[in-house]
Ligand binder design. Structure first.
Ligand code: SIN
Ligand code: CO
Length: 380
């Protein structure tokens, strides 16, 4: 199933992206849910999958974390089951991410899917992410406020909410409608009936994440061992002071590392790591190179596993935190461009040096698999 998103991207980017929320009616015409509530509940029973159940009871807000054993004790209203990174585990649901690749792979985070019964929701809150919330089956009322308020409080240790807010958007979404919410705009969704919502999230790193990620790289690569030097040291009147030029020199030492040739290799590794567990199931037994060539000659396309990040930055391709040099740029470009690679296109580059070896390695690492094989490789 493929999803057609009716959006005018240039207008959307200029008017709304990171600026203000908007409802787009029938963004997906004739929207069909790629997953059922039962399948979602099944995923929430898996160890590797991150899920939670948020409910509102007479005693207040409750949060339970998956994996869940059963869903026998649920009431008919006031709860919502939320499952993170469903695109990593459910190929049909992952297709919903495709139209949003227009905005760049590196900014994309995951597909969170929620199932809510009447009055179910996580309460009024803020997110740090840009999110496109697509209404699947059912109707849900979404309220979104302006980004000027924001005292946050915790009605439960695992919930962060905001005080009631005045709405600038207050609409009931129907299947195929979408609401885009930039970071920092308070919002709340309450189901009118059993309802599925698909949240395509975009994440932006904070300065502290960048700095600590780079520091980890500096340590791992044993960079930055040159020490501060001051052969021009002169006497100063005040023993306790650190002179302005000394501060500048120390800052320059740090900037030198960031400005060095090590920055982009680190950045590519950093940005291409997924924040959520990947469904990596290396084929057993491993493929031989000629088996890979044969499968391609039979016309079988190759599929990338959901959520794997393949990024191109400077002259390198980065796959899940690992750098691949551009031995065969056409091949690496093919890997990066689409999540399903046509066998003909791969055959046209496969005789280039090292390509078959690299491709076989990537398949044996569990990053790509031949179409139709996910059932055998699944975790049944
Ligand atoms: C949802 O309830 O589906 C989305 C939760 C959120 O607003 O982050
Ligand atoms: Co939210």
């Amino acid at each position: 199933m493929s999803f057609e998103l009716a959006i005018d991207w240039p207008t959307f980017l200029a008017t709304y992206w990171q600026k203000k929320p908007v409802v787009i009616r029938q963004a997906f015409a004739d929207f069909q849910d790629p997953i059922s509530p039962d399948e979602l509940a099944g995923l929430a029973m898996e160890n590797e999958v991150d899920s939670r159940l948020v409910s509102q009871t007479a005693e207040g807000w409750q949060v339970a974390h998956g994996p869940f054993q059963d869903f026998d004790h649920l009431t008919e209203s006031h709860w919502s089951l939320l499952v993170q990174a469903v695109n990593h585990w459910h190929p049909a649901a992952a297709e919903l991410m495709q139209p949003f690749r227009a905005l760049s792979d590196w900014r994309m985070d995951d597909l969170m899917i929620s199932f809510s019964v009447p009055d179910g929701g996580v309460g009024p809150h803020l997110d740090q992410y840009d999110v496109f919330i697509i209404q699947g089956t059912g109707r849900r009322r979404w309220r979104v406020g302006n980004n000027d308020v924001v005292a946050q409080h915790s009605p439960h240790p695992d919930l962060l909410q905001v005080a009631p807010f005045e709405a600038i958007i207050d609409e009931v979404l129907e299947p195929g409608d979408l609401v885009y919410i930039p970071p920092g705009f308070p919002h709340e969704g309450y189901s009118l009936e059993n309802s599925l919502n698909y949240s395509v999230g975009f994440r932006a790193p904070s300065g502290k994440e960048l700095l600590s990620g780079f520091a980890d790289y500096v340590l791992a690569q044993e960079l930055g061992s040159r020490r501060y030097q001051d052969p021009g040291l002169t006497l100063r009147g005040d023993a306790a002071s650190v002179l302005p030029e000394e501060v500048d020199n120390l800052r320059a030492m740090m900037n030198e590392l960031v400005n060095s040739g090590d920055f982009t290799p680190w950045l590519g590794e950093f940005l291409s790591q997924s924040r959520h567990e990947l469904d990596i199931a290396p084929p057993q037994p491993a493929y031989q190179e000629d088996e890979v060539r044969n499968a391609l000659q039979e016309g079988t396309p190759l599929q990338r596993i959901g959520g794997l990040k393949v990024l191109q930055l400077a002259s390198h391709t980065f796959i899940n935190g690992e750098r691949f040099s551009r031995v065969a740029p056409d091949f690496l470009h093919l890997l990066a461009a689409t999540t399903e690679i046509d066998s003909e296109q791969l055959l046209s580059v496969i005789e280039q040096q090292n390509v078959l070896t690299q491709l076989t390695g990537l398949i044996n690492a569990g990053y790509w698999h031949f179409a139709g094989e996910e059932e055998e490789e699944g975790d049944e």
